[in-house]
Design a protein around this ligand. Structure first.
Ligand code: GCU
Length: 606
C-alpha cells in the first residue's frame, strides 16, 4: 500500500547546515575529468604568491606577472619572467607528491600545480563547476588568472562555479597547494601518519543545466522502518519547480513543487523495503528528475540506533567486527585515491571477517564509502580532530565544523555510514569539551539519523581500567583506544583485567594492538616479533570479550603505514608496524587470531 505524504517544515530541521554549494553524487553527473599530468613548481618561499614585501599578490590592487597564477609568458627577450609551468616537470593527479618524486618525499610547503583544458558546453546556458575531491592541506585556486577561492582541510571536497570565467580553449588552471602543518590547523601539527601533500583526489569539471539538482537526502525516518523521508534542493529553481522522485523497485514515483528556496521535503511509506545490512547490502536505484535533468543514485535503507548497551541495526543487536584503515595503499607507499585501492583494503577486511571498518582519522575518498555500501561494511567516519588540537581557537573550531559539514554533505546518503566520529585521543579539559560539544551539536543539526562517537582514552587507578571521560555523556557509543601490552599493562594479566566504564552505553574498542615486523620470529616475549603480536592479540581479545557492554572493536590497524614518527632502524624505517598485514601485503600471524575471534562473534550475534 503506497501512500504519499507531503510533509513541510518538520523535516527541514535535521538538514540545516549542509555545505551550501557543494555538489553531491558527482560521479553520476555530466563530468569531464581533469585527472592526469599536471605541471608543478616547488615554491618553498611562496615566491609566486608573495611579493618581496611579503604581501600576497592576489590582494594587491595592481596585477603582477610574477604571481604564478598568471601563468605569464612573453616573447619579449627583455622581460623578467622567472617561472614557466610548461617547461616545468609534472606530477600525476590525483596523487600525493611525496611518493611520486624522491626529492619531495619529506617536502612540506607550497607546490604550484598547473594544467590547461578546453571546454565546449554541451548546451547553451549550461553552467560549469570545478570540483576537487580533496587537496592536502590548503588550496588557493585560480582560473585564467582569476582567483576562484581558498579551501582549508585535506580530506573533504569543494567546488567553484566557473561558468563566467571559462573559455572554449586554453583555459589555464593554477592551484597553490600548501601542506605545511601548524598548531591551529585540523589536524594540528603532530600526527602519527604521513603528511602526504598534493591534489590527492579526483578533479572534475561538472556541467549542469542552469537550474539543477544541487543536493538531496533520502533515508529511513528516525525511529521508523517503513517511512522514507528527505529533501531535495534545486539550485536556481523557478517558482513551483517540479521535482519527481522515483524508486522503481518500491513502485514509488511522485512529484512535488519546490518552495521559494528551491527545496522540497517529502515522506513516503512503504512496507516492501529490503533493509541494507552487511549480510544483504541492498541498494535501490533512486531517480531525481526535474524538467532539466535526471540524477540517479544507489541508496540503501536501514535503521541504526542504540538501546542501553546495545547497537541495533534494523532493530537487531549487533557486534561491530571491525578494523582500522588509513587512506594509504601500503604496497605503493602512497595516498590511496581510487576504487582499486579501496577494493584492496575492503577485500582484506572482508577476509578478516569484518562487518565494519573505522576509516581513520579523517574522511577517506568517496570511492571507499560507496564500495562499503556495495560490499556491506558499516563505516565509522571521522574528522581529524586528533590529539592536541587548539581547542580555544575559534578558527580551528569553524574549520573542524566545515570539514564535518563537507564530509556529511558528501556521504549522508550512504547506508554504510553508521557513526560520525568527532575526534581521536583528545586530552579532556573544559575547552576541549566545549569544542567537542559544538561539533556534536553541529553534526546533529546536519544529520540526526546516525550515531555520534569519538575515540576516547582510559586511565588506570588502583589496578582498575577506568573510562569516565565527561564527554562520554554526549556520545551514543562509548569508544576508547587501549594498548594493553604495548604502551603499558601486563599481557599475562590482561584476561583478568578489571574495568569500570561510567556509562550504560554500547562500548567499542576503537583501537588496540601492537607492532610486529612481518617475517621476524621469536618468542612471545620478544617485541616486534610476529609471535609477540599474536600473543598480544590473544590476550587482549580474551580481555575485551569480558568488558561490560562490549559491542565492537576495530584493531589498530589493517596495514603497516607510513609515519614520520616511527624511526627505529631495520624494524620501522618510517613505518608504523602495527598492521595485521605488512606494507608488502603479507599477513602476519595476528591476522588469523582476529579472524578466528570474528568467526566466534559472528556466531554469537547471528
Ligand atoms: C594512537 C593513535 C593512532 C596511532 C596509534 C599508534 O592511538 O590514535 O593514530 O597510530 O596510537 O600509536 O600506533
Amino acid at each position: 500500500m503506497l501512500k504519499f505524504l507531503l510533509i513541510k517544515i518538520l523535516f527541514i530541521l535535521p538538514f540545516i547546515g549542509l555545505s551550501q554549494d557543494l555538489l553531491i553524487n558527482t560521479s553520476n553527473r555530466n563530468i569531464t575529468t581533469l585527472n592526469g599530468t599536471w605541471h608543478y613548481i616547488v615554491d618553498p618561499y611562496e615566491t609566486g604568491y608573495y611579493n618581496y614585501r611579503y604581501e600576497p599578490y592576489d590582494q594587491l590592487k595592481q596585477n603582477n606577472n610574477s604571481a604564478f597564477y598568471n601563468n605569464y609568458h612573453t616573447d619579449n627577450k627583455m622581460a623578467l619572467v622567472e617561472y614557466d609551468f610548461d617547461k616545468s616537470p609534472t606530477l600525476t593527479v590525483p596523487g600525493d607528491w611525496n611518493s611520486q618524486k624522491e626529492k619531495l618525499f619529506y617536502y612540506e610547503g607550497t607546490i604550484w600545480y598547473k594544467r590547461s583544458f578546453d571546454h565546449t558546453f554541451t548546451k547553451e546556458n549550461n553552467r560549469l563547476f570545478l570540483y576537487f575531491g580533496a587537496i592536502n592541506y590548503k588550496a588557493e585556486v585560480y582560473l585564467n588568472g582569476e582567483k576562484l577561492g581558498t579551501h582549508e582541510g585535506g580530506f573533504t571536497p569543494f567546488n567553484f562555479e566557473v561558468t563566467s570565467i571559462v573559455k572554449p580553449t586554453d583555459n589555464y588552471l593554477v592551484v597553490k597547494v600548501d601542506n605545511k602543518r601548524f598548531k591551529e590547523a585540523i589536524p594540528t601539527i603532530n600526527t602519527d601518519w604521513w603528511n602526504y601533500g598534493g591534489i590527492t583526489r579526483d578533479v572534475k569539471l561538472i556541467e549542469e543545466p542552469s537550474t539543477f539538482i544541487q543536493d538531496y537526502i533520502l533515508q529511513l525516518k528516525k525511529d521508523t522502518n517503513n517511512s522514507i523521508t528527505g529533501m531535495v534542493k534545486i539550485n536556481n529553481a523557478k517558482i513551483n519547480e517540479k521535482v519527481t522522485i522515483s524508486i522503481p523497485e518500491l513502485k514509488i514515483n511522485s512529484s512535488f513543487s519546490a518552495n521559494g528556496k528551491g527545496v522540497i521535503q517529502f515522506e513516503f511509506k512503504s512496507k516492501k523495503i529490503k533493509y541494507w545490512s552487511p549480510t544483504s547490502p541492498k541498494l535501490y536505484d533512486v531517480y531525481i528528475k526535474t524538467a532539466h535533468q535526471i540524477l540517479k543514485d544507489e541508496i540503501g535503507f536501514r535503521t541504526i540506533k542504540t538501546d542501553g548497551p546495545n547497537i541495533l541495526l534494523n532493530g537487531k543487536s549487533i557486534f561491530l567486527r571491525g578494523i582500522c584503515i588509513h587512506e594509504e595503499n601500503a604496497m605503493r607507499g602512497a595516498r590511496a585515491y581510487n576504487e582499486a585501492d579501496a577494493l584492496v583494503a575492503l577485500n582484506w577486511a572482508k577476509e578478516l571477517g569484518c562487518n565494519y571498518v573505522r576509516l581513520a582519522h579523517y574522511p577517506h575518498n568517496e570511492h571507499i564509502v560507496k564500495l562499503a555500501d556495495k560490499m556491506g561494511l558499516m563505516v565509522w567516519e571521522e574528522i581529524p580532530v586528533y590529539w592536541t588540537v587548539d581547542f580555544t581557537n575559534k578558527r580551528s573550531l569553524n574549520n573542524a565544523k566545515n570539514q564535518l559539514a563537507e564530509a556529511i554533505t558528501r556521504d549522508k546518503n550512504r547506508a554504510s555510514i553508521i557513526i560520525w566520529s568527532m575526534a581521536n585521543e583528545t586530552p579532556p579539559s573544559e575547552p576541549r569539551n566545549t569544542f567537542l560539544k559544538e561539533l556534536i551539536q553541529h553534526t546533529k543539526s546536519i544529520d540526526s539519523t546516525r550515531l555520534i562517537s569519538a575515540a576516547l582514552e582510559k586511565h588506570n587507578k588502583d589496578g582498575v581500567n577506568i573510562v569516565d571521560d565527561e564527554i562520554g555523556k554526549y556520545m551514543d557509543i562509548v569508544a576508547f583506544n587501549q594498548y594493553t601490552g604495548w604502551y603499558g599493562g601486563s599481557l599475562e594479566d590482561a584476561p583478568e583485567a578489571k574495568w569500570s566504564i561510567k556509562y550504560n552505553k554500547p562500548v567499542v574498542i576503537s583501537e588496540f594492538g601492537g607492532g610486529a615486523l612481518q617475517g621476524l620470529h621469536g618468542t612471545i616475549k620478544e617485541r616486534w616479533t610476529e609471535e609477540y603480536q599474536e600473543y598480544l592479540y590473544q590476550q587482549n581479545l580474551k580481555m575485551i570479550e569480558k568488558i561490560p557492554n562490549i559491542r565492537g572493536t576495530s584493531p589498530w590497524i589493517l596495514n603497516d603505514f607510513r609515519s614520520p614518527k616511527r624511526v627505529l632502524p631495520i624494524i620501522q624505517d618510517g613505518w608504523n608496524r602495527k598492521g595485521l598485514i605488512s606494507n608488502h601485503g603479507i599477513k602476519k600471524k595476528a591476522f588469523f587470531t582476529v579472524k578466528e575471534f570474528y568467526k566466534k562473534m559472528q556466531q554469537q550475534y547471528n
